[in-house]
Design a binder for this molecule. Structure first.
Ligand SMILES: Cc1ncc(C[n+]2csc(CCOP(=O)(O)OP(=O)(O)O)c2C)c(N)n1
Ligand SMILES: [Mg+2]
Length: 364
């Protein structure tokens, strides 16, 4: 048992793999089969390359806003690798790595950030909700999904949701968790404490010593985990999912990590944080750590790395070019038709007004 053993009130943080890729807590090393380890590493790399390229495309004026995930890949891949295909993700807006692992095509992610809402229409067998921008409400959606799972599936489909450090000060974070706790639903809350909420540092956002301890307010277990350690994240989420499926309710997991890039492409982090801080965290890059582990297990080497880089670069480039061709354009119907089963009178009027506006401005 890990959950309950590492007390966030005593500021104990759970780690398995240290910064050099060595196992520091052998009794907690999760048993993961080779195929899964390889999928984990591959998806971390895909997320990283897709991220770097998206930033460049945006700087070239070829992409709209983008919220980079760089630095947080282990927190997300470790989570999703420990869950089943039928489990649900209720994401915020920085969960590309988790979404990729849970089979959302990169094309959808790029389309969305290109301003094309068709990106939110994922394949039917992919259990991922659309990107959620209003901070906190994704916790309510996850609680609802998990409640449905309790009623219909005997808790066998777990709903995992993510939030940032800043987001844990939002009311909806507590409301979602409290609902999950009170109704004992199969839900896992992941806090990605990446140390910054745009320009607000973690220490200024709350006096709570850890964010995991916020679990205690709603009577569920909370644990702080080294979020750059993919094995630690995997081990804890595995246990949280077992609890959830047994009907023991939600767990709150704080992944202690770092956002290496800007908040979004509209942000300049050099204004509010020191370069030395970023350099320190670069040494704790989750990919370096996991690669060292894979090499020590003889599952990985430089030759494989070079081949994978080449393959993923080509995939990312081809995907982006396809998205760029499709463009951000959506029809007027698509803008209005997915909010309600039947359009409300207000929205009908707005739609008519918009059609008129498009007609009048056409060709201008
Ligand atoms: C309800 C709401 N208020 C404000 C915003 C604007 N906003 C977008 S991201 C952000 C900061 C989020 O910080 P954090 O929760 O730490 O997540 P991170 O961006 O670091 O992943 C804010 C204030 C929003 N999207 N929703
Ligand atoms: Mg943050």
């Amino acid at each position: 048992m890990i959950i309950g053993k590492f007390d966030p009130l005593k500021q104990q943080r759970f780690t398995v793999l240290d910064e050099t890729g060595k196992i520091v807590n052998p009794s907690y090393e999760p048993k993961i089969d080779e195929a899964t380890l390889l999928k984990m590493y591959r998806t971390m790399k895909l997320a990283r390359i897709a991220d770097i390229r998206a930033l460049q495309y945006q700087r070239q004026g070829r992409m709209l806003t983008f919220a980079p995930v760089q630095g947080q890949e282990a927190a997300q891949i470790g989570t999703m690798a420990a869950l089943d295909k039928n489990d649900w993700i209720s994401p915020a807006f920085r969960e590309h790595a988790a979404m990729l692992y849970h089979n959302v095509p990169l094309e959808n992610i790029y389309l969305y950030w290109f301003g094309n809402e068709r990106g939110s229409r994922v394949p039917d067998d992919v259990n991922v909700l659309p990107v959620n921008i209003p901070i906190g409400s994704q916790y309510g959606h996850a609680a609802g999904l998990a409640y449905a799972s309790k009623l219909l599936k005997n808790n066998q489909q777990v709903a995992v949701t993510y939030i940032g450090d800043g987001g844990t000060s939002h009311g909806e974070f507590y409301e979602g968790l409290n609902f999950g706790s009170t109704f004992n639903v199969p839900m896992i809350g992941i806090i990605q404490n990446n140390q910054w909420a745009i320009s607000t540092p973690r220490r200024k956002a709350t006096k709570a010593a850890t964010l995991a301890q916020k679990a205690y307010a709603v009577g569920i277990p909370g644990i702080q985990v080294d979020g750059n350690d993919v094995l630690a994240m995997y081990a804890v989420v595995k246990e949280a999912a077992e609890r959830a499926r047994k009907g023991e309710g939600p767990t709150l997991i704080e992944a202690f990590t770092y956002r290496l890039g800007p908040h979004t492409t509209s942000d300049d982090p050099t204004i509010y944080r020191k370069n030395e801080e970023v350099e320190e965290w670069k040494k704790r890059d989750p990919l370096i750590r996991f690669k060292a582990y894979m090499e020590a297990k003889n599952l990985w080497d430089d030759k494989k790395e070079a081949a994978l880089d080449e393959e993923l670069e080509a995939h990312v480039k081809a995907t982006f070019e396809k998205v760029e061709k499709e463009g951000p354009v959506v029809s007027v119907d698509e803008v209005f038709d997915h909010t309600f089963a039947t359009l409300t009178d207000d929205l009908k009027a707005q739609k008519a007004q918009y059609i008129q506006y498009v007609k009048e401005t056409e060709g201008k």
